[in-house]
Structure formats: C-alpha cells, structure tokens
Design a binder for this molecule. Structure first.
Ligand code: ANZ
Length: 805
C-alpha cells in the first residue's frame, strides 16, 4: 500500500465519521425533496455478501449519492430477507437452528455493507424474521383475505420432492425444475392458500406500457402474464353439450381434423364411448401417474387415446374424432383444442403417431412439416383467398359466431399465487380452522402468531409443515365460537415477506402500524429501484400486485410501487454466473482489504455498462487503485508546490467537459463511461506542466462522490473544505467552457508562410501534416513536388522543406 494513499486509514476514518454525524439518517418527516432510493435487500447467507451483491449495491448507492448532490433528501435503506428455504436448508445442513444462524449472518452482512461505504439509513432497517416485522406480514395476509383476495382451495400444485414443499408456479423453472435446488418438480393435490393476483392481470399488463422500467424486465413480465387473444369455438356433439376449445388461430379451422381434451378435462369420461371406457380409464390413470412423477409430457405430443365419440365441425359439418392427450393442459384456455396438424407442430406429431389426416389450409409453406406463418387460405370453402392469419381469424370467428358457436376471447397464463409452504422457517399463516366456523382469521390484536422455537424443524414430506407436530402451537380456540380449534400450520412463502418491505422501511420503527399513512404519502412510491432481473416475474410482480390490492382496499393512494426500475447486470466468473451451487463465488472481503472499498467499487462500476455486468478479474482492480493513487499524488504535489494561481484555460475546458460527461452518464447509470471521463481528465492533469489548480482537484472530489465516497471526503478535507463532500451541490459545467478554442497553425514552405490552418488545440502531428498537404493553396505552391522533410510543431506550425523551389 503506497503511503500517499492509505486506503485502510482513509476508509475507516470516514466510515466512523459518517456514523457519528448520522448524515445518512435523512429526517423523514421534514424532508423537503424526498427521494426514495431502493435496492433489493439481501438474503443473509452464511457465506456473506458476494461480489454480485456488492456490484448491485455499489451501483444503487452511486445513484443515491448522486441524487443527494442534486439537492434531494435521499432515503436509502437496507434490510435482510432472512426467512425462507435457503436459510432453513443451510441450517439443516450444518445442524443448527436457523434463528441462531441468522443473527450472526446479519451481523456479518452489516459489517460488509458498512465496509463498502454505502449511505444506508441504519435506523430504519428491517429483518423479515423479526416478529416486529412479520406481525405485519401476517396483517397483510389478513387484509388481503378480508378484501376477498386470499382464499383456500384444493388444487394440483407444484411440489418439490427435494425441498418437500409446494412451490409457486413462478418458482418452477422453464425446464420444470425447482428454482432453488434444480430437482424436477412433481404435482400434488393439496389444500392451499392462494392470493388472487389474477384479479389484477389486465392492470399488471396494461401499466407496463407507461412504466419507466428496464425493457428487459417489462418483457419478462409481459411474457409471464402471457396474454393471448383468440377465440372460443364450440364443436357440437350428438346427444351432448358442444365441446368448447380455445384457439389463437381460428383462421385454420378448415384444417381441423380431430379434437383433443386434456386428460384432466372434466368431460373426458363423459365423451368416452361405452366400449372405450376401460381403455380410457387405464390411460387416464397412467397419465396421472406420469404427471405426479413429474414426467413432462407437454413436450412429447405422441401420447394419447381415442375416446370413441365425435364432434361436428361448426362450418363443414364433418365429424371429427375426439382424443385425450397429455400435451393439452388442463389449466389453460378451455383445456381442449381443435387440432390442426398441418399448421401446429404438436398436432402434427400427434397426427403422424395416430395416422390422422393432415389438411393444409394456408398456402405459402416453405416445404417444412408445419407451416405456422402467414399466407392465404386454401381448402377453406368460401373463405379461400383470404389473407391469414389476419383478417381471416376475425372473419372466420364471426362466421362461427353467426351460428351461435363462437366468440373472441382473451386468455392469460398468469395463475393465482399459492403461498402455503409446508416448511418451518417462515411466518405462520394467521388462520384458525374451526370444526364449526371453518377457516377464520386470527384477530388482529392477537398478532403476531409467533413461530415457535422447535428443536426438530425438518420438513415432514407429508404435505404438512413441521408445525403440525407441535400441539402446543396448533391447539387453540376459535375466535368466533370459542370452541376448540386448530391453527393453520403452514407458513407463508417468503416472497410474501419481500412483496411489501419497501412499504415498511420509512415506518420501520413503528409498532402501531404496518406503514404510517403520512410517511407513506411523503416517501412512496419508490423513486428508483435497482435489482436483478432474476426477480422480474417473482418479487417484482408480487410487489406490484400487493400495492394494487392495498390501493383498492384503501390503504395506499398509488397503485404502482416503483416509479423507475433498473435491472443491473450479472457478474461472471470464468464465463459463468457467480453462484454458490457452481462454487465460483468470490468473497469480496479480501479485495476490499487489499485494494480498498473505493478501488473495489470503482472497479465494479468500470467493468462495463451497469445493465450488463461483466467478468470478474482480480487483476482488474489494480487499474482503479492506481487511478486513485494518481489523484492523491496530484494532491500531494499541490500541497507541496502550492496551487496554480489561475486555472489555465485549457484545463478549465477539460474540467468542464469532464463535469458534463460525468453528470450525463451518472444520471443514466452509465457508470463505466463516467469513470472513463474522470480517468482521461486525470491523465490530462498529470501531463500538465506547472502547478496543479485547486479547482481541478476540488471538482474531482465532487465527481468522485458516487463512486469513491471515502477518497472523495479525504481529498475534499485536504483541500481545506468543511465536512461533508456528500452534502455539497453537484458541480455544474460552464457552457462557455464547453466549446473548444481554435488555434491558428502556420504552414510555411522553406520557411516562408504560405497558408494558415484553423484547428482545435491538441491536434496530432500526423493530422496537422495531412491537413497541410491537403490545403489547395499549398498544393498550388508545391506544383506536384514532394517535400523532402516536414517539421511539425503542434498547435503552432508546419514547415515543409522542398528541394528545387
Ligand atoms: C388451432 C391452432 C392452429 C393453434 C395453429 C395453433 C396453431 P398461445 O399462443 O400460447 O395462447 N392450445 C389452446 N389451449 C391449449 C391447452 N389447454 N393446452 C395446449 N395447447 C392449447 O397458444 C394458443 C394455441 O395453443 C391455440 O391455438 C391451441 O392451438 C393451443 F396452426 O388452435 B391453436
């Protein structure tokens, strides 16, 4: 560690000063220009914060510090999301109780966050495992329940056979595995609590159009909500109700050659011919077994069975055979389809397997097995020649509707949010089951329902939580009739904890309310939220739902909780995302120790665009550290030689250009280019002969605040300014200084002035030579001769030596 820049001493000194002076404890009641700067709170694992967390927090903190110097009263809280299976599984692994581990993990996290130099409002921190917090998580559940937005239902739910608990749909990955442990998920029928997020489907989707969020995040939410505009069409059946299907491609109706029901469709057995009953029942049992075992049949469209009855085509009156097959899902559309094997690949595979007719109805295929693109209708009776899919889709739906057999319909993929978890480490769901009154809410004045400290908290795997083994916990009396009753023993999904924490921060010290109405009005919605896109469809969707629900129930006066969301990139290590399961997590402590938090932050922010992340390389931290050292050397030089009396115009211009660039880039979270601008300014200063102007270093101290909060304080103080640099106004560029001056460069031939070039200062030798040779006047003088020698004095003159002139 070079003595000119002793990062350890500097960082310890300022961290202590910040804490003593409490400058980050923004007074919430009296703030005049509130700015709520939120970052996703961490789950306090035993390993501590890793580089990926540090990356996110450094970027978010840089934003908060920048906004503070724009004159805002910035509130930047942080907390700990400590409930959930992650913590519980780890506790099981090391054979400790999660409650014992959490306290020390949180202490370690806090130590790391302080070392990073974040401007956190520690007096308003939250811990989701604290009864003072989860009491209000339980209140939230009761509020939603009383508002008709929570209900209990027996459903097929996703079950992780490894974690022994139900998962929300959002926690099942695209390949059908558990989000946490990667085990293939199976299905199970259980009685569960659901939150009615589906009541907000359209709003969740429509608001996205207006929201200032990263496009990538909005896209993921749109995709998850999965709006499909299509038609519900009824295919009449002799002696039974018509069979209803959902299609997005009504234009292909003349190509429908058979019908398919999901095996779970309530009418599967009804639509089975008597002589097919035994075979169909056997198939359904097998399909159920496969589903429970987690075999994903949606992908393989060749498994199914003929039911033996037919449906009549609504436009051609042809009879179409009906099948049941696993590739048709029960929970989507109408749970039944018209199969168009010429234009849908799964229908095609099924038709091939069962020897069913394939009728092409859209021309223009490129010879592929199924043509799913656009074209014109053929083999479609009176509709031949219409452009498909549009307008054929609308025209055909209208024709079917005329016969009373169809209408347009919009369907969504988003399902209600199952929140019951059959695990231990979460807030108990505050419900009581009474044999007389059914499920009744725990009275609010009896909250929190404390999670009991039980020694054996291993998951049972029976579909019940370990709390079901604790009669002392579950035996209670019914709040309605006073008779004996039992508490709900499932705990809630830890995504419920995090779906409202942003409401809690400003009121974190209040025990009488979940969130104070006045503070909430003043500080919310959140101004900027920064976090990872892995939460695009879980946390970020649930949070929006909770805000909308609380708004409609009269608790909030806004509907969208986060005005601006920016997704940060991911940090890679050897090309792979850093993660504990891959064993490539880099622990930041040793780097902070070796290089300093400032150099480390600078390195992370300089790595690449903040939205993109980058590859972590230890050697990369040397550069930023050297950069800081250079600034401290300039400072020492100035202290020794005394500052320049006047700032040379050229340096003033470079300084103002630097201000302009750093301001523009920092405000848009383009941290890497902002840092590059500071680096080039420092290079310029280093090259400058003569005394260093004080203003240059003062400006640097100000511009460095978002990135290197400690070094900025130190430089600011050594320049003789009063504490704190973080409470200064952000510098403004002087527009007059942003235009570059021009200099006149004389071009002479054999010492005689022949022309003059107007160029910007600092133009290179090569460029000046080129400009001189291309000048028409000079070319005239040369008359085709090539100069024997060219002497260039930058910013002054170009002399051409020409023989024989
Ligand atoms: C006829 C057709 C012809 C279809 C064609 C597609 C292409 P999205 O866009 O995802 O909403 N479908 C409908 N309900 C289904 C279910 N429960 N399980 C499996 N598949 C189902 O998909 C809508 C299309 O998926 C629908 O349009 C239907 O197949 C199928 F050339 O109907 B289509």
């Amino acid at each position: 560690m070079p003595q000119e820049y002793d990062h350890r001493a500097i960082e310890a000194k300022w961290q202590e000063r910040w804490q003593q002076s409490g400058i980050y404890e923004t007074p919430l009641q009296h703030a005049e220009r509130p700015y709520y700067n939120l970052m996703m709170f961490p789950y306090p694992s035993a390993e501590g914060l890793h580089v990926g967390n540090m990356y996110a927090f450094s970027g978010a903190d840089a934003h908060g510090r920048f906004q503070r110097m724009q004159g805002y009263d910035v509130f930047e809280p942080i907390g700990f999301d400590a409930f959930g299976i992650h913590s519980e599984n780890f506790a099981l692994k090391v054979d400790r109780h999660p409650a014992d581990l959490i306290a020390s993990n949180i202490r370690n996290f806090r130590r790391q966050l302080e070392r990073l130099g974040g401007q956190f409002a520690w007096s308003k921190t939250v811990e989701t495992t604290d009864p003072r917090y989860y009491r209000w998580t339980q209140w939230l559940f009761l509020t939603l329940w009383k508002g008709g937005l929570a209900y209990r239902a027996r459903r097929n739910v996703k079950w992780c056979p490894q974690d022994l608990t139900v998962l929300a749909d959002e926690q099942v990955m695209g390949d059908g595995t558990c989000e946490r442990c990667g085990t293939p998920v199976v299905e199970r029928e259980l009685e569960q609590w659901f939150l009615r997020i589906s009541a907000y489907t359209e709003k969740l989707l429509a608001d996205l159009d207006q929201m200032d969020w990263s496009d990538s995040t909005k896209l993921l939410q749109r995709h998850w909500i999965g709006r499909s505009e299509g038609s519900l069409l009824d295919f009449p059946i002799e002696g039974a109700e018509p069979l209803r299907v959902f299609t997005t491609r009504a234009d292909t109706i003349f190509g429908a050659t058979f019908m398919v029901l999901s095996p779970d469709h309530p009418r599967t057995l009804e639509l089975t011919a008597p002589d097919r009953r035994a075979a169909v029942a056997a198939y359904l049992a097998e399909a159920t077994r496969r589903r429970i075992a987690g075999v994903r049949e949606e992908e393989d469209a060749t498994r199914g069975i003929l039911l033996g009855r037919t449906a009549r085509h609504p436009l051609t009156d042809r009879e179409l055979p009906i099948y049941a097959a696993e590739y048709v899902l029960s929970g989507y559309g109408a749970g039944a389809i018209m199969a168009v094997p010429a234009h849908d690949s799964r229908d095609h595979a099924f038709a091939r397997a069962f020897g069913l007719p394939i009728v092409e109805v859209i021309s223009g295929g490129d010879g592929a097995a199924t043509h799913t693109g656009s074209g014109v209708l053929v083999n479609s009776g009176e509709f031949d020649g219409l452009a498909a899919p549009d307008p054929a889709r609308q025209v055909i739906t209208a024709a079917v509707a005329e016969r009373g057999l169809g209408r347009t319909h919009v369907t969504y993929k988003l399902r209600d949010w199952g929140i019951s978890r059959q695990r231990y480490w979460g807030p108990p769901i505050p419900a009581i089951h009474c044999p007389v009154d059914g499920a009744v809410p725990v009275p609010e004045d009896q909250l929190p329902v404390l999670l009991p400290q039980i020694a054996d908290f291993r998951p049972l795997g029976t579909g019940e939580s370990p709390l079901a083994r604790d009669p002392e916990f579950f035996n209670t009396t019914c709040p309605v009739c006073g008779g004996p009753a039992q508490r709900e023993t499932d705990v809630s999904d830890n995504f419920l904890d995090s779906a409202w924490y942003y409401l809690r921060y400003p009121s974190a010290d209040r025990d009488d309310v979940a969130f104070d109405p006045e503070l909430t009005r003043k500080w919310l919605p959140v101004d900027t939220y920064i976090g990872g896109n892995e939460h695009a469809v879980l946390h970020l969707l649930y949070s929006r739902f909770v805000a909308m629900a609380l708004h409609d129930l009269g608790w909030l006066d806004f509907e969208e909780p986060f005005k601006r969301f920016r997704a940060h990139g991911t940090i890679l290590q050897n090309g792979a995302k850093m993660s504990k399961s891959k064993g490539n997590v880099v622990v930041p402590d040793e780097y902070i120790d070796k290089f300093g938090a400032d150099a480390f932050r600078l390195y992370l922010m300089y790595m690449g665009p903040f939205g993109e992340g980058g590859e972590f390389r230890e050697t990369g931290i040397n550069g930023p550290q050297r950069f800081l050292l250079q600034i401290f050397r300039l400072l020492a030089r100035m202290e020794e030689e005394g500052p320049a009396e006047l700032e040379p115009r050229e340096l003033a211009q470079a300084r103002n250009r630097c201000i302009q660039q750093v301001t523009a880039d920092t405000s848009e979270l383009k941290y890497n280019t902002a840092i590059a601008a500071m680096m080039s300014f420092v290079k310029r200063l280093k090259e400058h002969q003569g005394p260093v102007p004080r203003l240059a270093l003062e400006t640097l101290a100000l511009l460095l605040t978002p990135y290197c909060p400690h070094a900025a304080e130190e430089i600011w103080e050594r320049l003789g300014n009063s504490y704190s640099v973080h409470q200064q106004q952000w510098p403004k560029a002087d527009p007059d200084m942003l235009t570059r001056d021009q200099v006149a460069v004389v071009v002479s031939i054999n010492g005689k002035k022949r022309d003059q070039l107007l160029t910007i200062p600092g133009t290179s030798r090569e460029e000046l030579q080129e400009l001189a040779l291309r000048s028409p006047r000079i070319q005239q003088w040369l008359g085709g001769r090539v100069p024997a020698r060219i002497v260039v004095v930058p910013d002054r003159q170009v002399n051409l030596v020409v023989e024989g002139l």
